[in-house]
Design a protein around this ligand. Structure first.
Ligand SMILES: [Zn+2]
Length: 230
């Protein structure tokens, strides 16, 4: 993969046959430049130089979040509360418990690998998300009067939820790391899509009716959303 360096920042260059223009984007703290397949590299470099102010500004607003290493003492979030990871060897060793700000993971064998711990912890989060999100969804559906079809908890890379035209609501399990009121906002947002399948002013008025602080909650997700990951 080609890359361009600009003021200490690495910009990944992605060529595409269909592309006619250049476009810069920042994903998960990484800068990507998409360019037409045959564009000379100097032109790409010139473009990046021109945009260096914009890149610095965007990176400062969204510092990259380092992926978890699953080592003792590492910070893990659950319902917006930070816990410190503590791994214990044990038999049969599949239990996860939250005690006194500690995220205790019982792991089989003496040395738990990063991959095994990540899987165990992810599975645990998904289980918690399944029950928490389903329960809140049911309660908020009653409060709002909107009746969703099925509710599905799944993995999304870059979104928190969705609502299909047929009324199916899908929620990202990573929401379980966010504070409860933020989770409720996302559920209310998706429930309101059952009536308004768009982001029109009418839609936001509806959201506000059930979550008067929705602008704060939406801003919280924009700023902190990238912390909600393993
Ligand atoms: Zn929406």
């Amino acid at each position: 993969m080609k890359s361009i360096h600009c003021n200490g920042v690495e910009v990944e260059v992605i060529r595409s046959k269909r592309r006619k223009t250049l476009s810069l984007a920042i994903r998960d703290g990484e800068v990507q430049l998409r360019i037409p397949a045959r564009l000379p590299m100097q032109q790409a470099e010139y473009f990046v130089q021109q945009k260096s102010g914009w890149i610095q500004q965007k990176l400062a607003a969204h510092p990259p979040v380092a992926p978890k290493q699953f080592v003792n003492g590492e910070r893990l979030l659950y319902l917006g509360i930070p816990y410190q990871l503590a791994v214990y060897p044990s038999q049969p060793g599949r239990k996860v418990t939250l005690i006194d700000k500690r995220f205790c993971v019982e792991h089989r064998g003496r040395q738990a690998s990063e991959v095994a711990l990540k899987k165990q912890i992810t599975d645990w989060y998904k289980q918690q998300a399944q029950s928490w999100l389903a329960e809140r969804c049911e309660l908020l559906a009653r409060q709002t009067g909107f009746k969703p079809g099925t509710i599905e908890v799944k993995t999304y890379r870059a979104r928190w939820g969705s609502c299909t035209l047929s009324g199916k609501i899908q929620l990202n399990w990573k929401l379980i790391m966010a504070p409860a009121k933020i989770i409720d906002y996302v559920i209310i947002h998706e429930l309101c899509h059952l009536r308004q399948h768009n982001h029109s002013p009418a839609f936001w008025r509806l959201v506000e009716q059930f979550d008067p602080d929705f602008t704060q909650h939406r801003a919280w997700l924009k700023i902190n959303g990238q912390q909600l990951q393993l």
